[in-house]
Ligand binder design. Structure first.
Ligand code: ADP
Ligand code: MG
Ligand code: MG
Length: 442
C-alpha cells in the first residue's frame, strides 16, 4: 500500500478510499470523456480572449482582492507582451450526476480546475486497490470491470511535450509546491513519469523562487542556477498560498518569463467561477466555436443553471430567486480548494448582508445538483469504518499543448471518482471530506 502514502508533517499516512467502487452509468461516463477535448479548447480560447476575460471579471475584481491581484498580473503581462508562445494546459473538469424527473441521470459540470488540478497521480493507483479488494471478496465479475486509468502518464505526456518544444535539454520542469505539501505522492507519480522520459524535475516553493530566481535579458527564468523550461503550479491557487509580497513578486516574475507556465495567468483566470457563469449565458459558447454547433451543444449539455449577481436587474432577480428557495442553489465565491461554498439558510444570511451592495458580485449562484446517493464504506486514517450514504463526483483530466496557433496535443487523459458522505455539502479529498473511488460502469 506504499502507493497511498501522503505526508502530513513528519507522518506518512495513506490517502482515504472507498472500500468498494461506485456504480456509474456508462453513457454519462463516456459523455464526460468525450466532451473533454472540447473543454480543453474552450479554456484555451477563453484564455486568448482579453476582452472576454476583462468584461467577465470586471465586476468581480472590484470587490475580490485575490482575483484582482491575479488580474493585475495578467494586465502587466499583456502590456509587456508574452515572452512564450508555447501553452500547456492540464485541467480537470468535475461533474455530478443530477437526478432527472424520469428516473435517469444527467451529467452536470460542477466546475473546471485550470490550476493545480490534483489526484491524477493517486487515481493512477486506485484501480489496483479495488481490483485487489474485489478479488479477496470473491466478486470476480466486478473485479474485471474496474477500468484502467493512468492520468499521471497523460499529464506527464503534456508536460514532456511542452518541455521538448521549449527545446533546451538542460532546462528543467519546476513543480511549484507548498511549504508543507500534504499530497506529495500525488505529485510523485507525475514526476516519476517525467524522469522515465528523461525529463528532469525539481520541486521549489515560492520562497525559493524569490530568493534564488531571476530572469536574464531574454527573460529566461533561472532558479537555483537552473534554467526552467516549465513552471508547473501545484500551489498559488488560493490567497493563503501567497504568504508575503515576495510570493506575489515571484508569481509575476514567473508569468513574465520565457518558461512555459502550467497554467499561465490567463488560463488560471479562465478557470474562475465567474468565467464559468459568463460562459453559460445564451450565445457565448457560439462566440468561441462559431462554426461548430455540435461542439457547442455537447459542452452546453453539461452546464447546470448559473446566475450572475452583478448589480442591476438580472442580479436582483438572482438574489430574489436564491432567497425564495435557498436549498435549490449553491452560492460560490471565487475560491478553490473546497470548503468555500455557501448552502441553504447560510445563503440567505450572506445575501441579506450583501444584496444591496457591489459586494454581492464576489459570488455567483448555481443550481444545486442532486445526485442519487449510494452506500459505501469510507476508509479514512483514524476514523471508524462505517456504512455511509454517499455522493460521488466524477473528474476528467484534460491535457493540451499549443504552440502559437497550432494545437500540438489535445487529449482526455483519465478520470477520477471521489466519494463523500452525503452529510457534507462541500469539500474534496484534500479538505478531508471526500475519498478516492473508482467507477464501476453499468
Ligand atoms: P472548489 O474549487 O473549491 O473545489 P467547487 O465548485 O468544486 O469548488 O465546489 C466544492 C464542492 O462543493 C464540490 O466538490 C461539490 O461537492 C460541492 N458543489 C459545488 N457546486 C455544487 C452544485 N452546483 N451542486 C451540488 N454540489 C456542489
Ligand atoms: Mg476548483
Ligand atoms: Mg472542485
Amino acid at each position: 500500500m506504499n502507493a497511498w502514502k501522503c505526508v502530513c508533517s513528519q507522518v506518512a499516512s495513506y490517502a482515504p478510499f472507498t472500500l468498494f467502487p461506485t456504480r456509474v452509468p456508462s453513457t454519462v461516463f463516456t459523455q464526460a470523456l468525450t466532451v473533454q477535448t472540447h473543454f480543453n479548447r474552450l479554456v484555451d480560447r477563453v484564455s486568448q480572449n482579453p476582452s472576454f476575460l476583462e468584461e467577465s471579471l470586471a465586476s468581480t475584481i472590484k470587490v475580490d482582492d485575490f482575483t484582482a491581484r491575479l488580474f493585475n498580473i495578467y494586465k502587466q503581462v499583456q502590456k509587456e507582451g508574452r515572452a512564450q508562445e508555447i501553452v500547456l494546459g492540464l485541467n480537470r473538469s468535475d461533474y455530478m450526476l443530477d437526478q432527472n424527473p424520469d428516473g435517469g441521470t444527467s451529467l452536470k459540470q460542477i466546475e473546471i480546475n485550470t490550476i493545480a488540478a490534483s489526484f491524477g497521480g493517486l487515481a493512477s493507483q486506485t484501480p489496483d486497490v479495488h481490483r485487489h479488494i474485489l478479488k479477496v471478496a470473491n466478486l470476480l465479475e466486478e473485479q474485471n470491470q474496474i477500468l484502467d486509468n493512468n492520468p499521471a502518464a497523460g499529464l506527464a505526456r503534456g508536460l514532456a511535450k511542452a518541455w521538448e518544444l521549449y527545446g533546451t535539454e538542460s532546462a528543467v520542469v519546476m513543480f511549484l509546491v507548498e511549504d508543507l505539501q500534504r499530497n506529495i505522492y500525488d505529485h510523485r507519480y507525475i514526476e516519476n513519469e517525467l524522469w522515465k522520459k528523461n525529463v528532469p524535475v525539481i520541486r521549489r516553493r515560492f520562497v525559493d523562487v524569490s530568493r534564488t530566481g531571476h530572469l536574464d535579458q531574454r527573460r529566461r527564468l533561472f532558479v537555483d542556477g537552473k534554467e526552467i523550461a516549465i513552471v508547473y503550479f501545484r500551489n498559488g491557487y488560493m490567497p493563503q498560498n501567497y504568504t508575503s509580497e515576495q510570493s506575489w513578486d515571484a508569481r509575476l516574475m514567473m508569468e513574465r518569463s520565457l518558461a512555459v507556465k502550467c497554467p499561465d495567468i490567463s488560463t488560471h483566470l479562465a478557470g474562475t467561477k465567474k468565467v464559468q457563469q459568463e460562459l453559460a449565458r445564451a450565445g457565448v459558447l457560439e462566440r468561441f466555436f462559431p462554426d461548430e454547433p455540435e461542439t457547442v451543444a455537447q459542452i452546453r449539455a453539461t452546464f447546470a443553471g448559473l446566475y450572475t449577481l452583478d448589480m442591476g436587474e438580472e442580479g436582483d432577480k438572482t438574489v430574489a430567486m436564491a432567497l425564495a428557495n435557498p436549498d435549490q442553489y449553491v452560492l460560490k465565491p471565487q475560491r478553490e480548494g473546497g470548503g468555500n461554498n455557501i448552502y441553504g439558510q447560510e445563503i440567505c444570511k450572506v445575501l441579506e448582508k450583501v444584496k444591496n451592495s457591489s459586494e454581492r458580485t464576489a459570488y455567483i449562484l448555481m443550481d444545486k445538483i442532486q445526485p442519487v446517493p449510494s452506500q459505501n464504506y469510507l476508509v479514512q486514517p483514524g476514523a471508524p469504518v462505517k456504512l455511509n450514504d454517499c455522493l460521488s463526483e466524477l473528474g476528467v483530466f484534460g491535457a493540451y499543448v499549443r504552440k502559437g496557433k497550432e494545437m500540438v496535443l489535445n487529449e482526455c487523459v483519465g478520470h477520477l471518482l471521489r466519494t463523500k458522505s452525503s452529510e457534507h455539502a462541500d469539500g474534496g479529498v484534500a479538505a478531508g471530506v471526500a475519498v478516492l473511488d473508482n467507477p464501476l460502469l453499468f
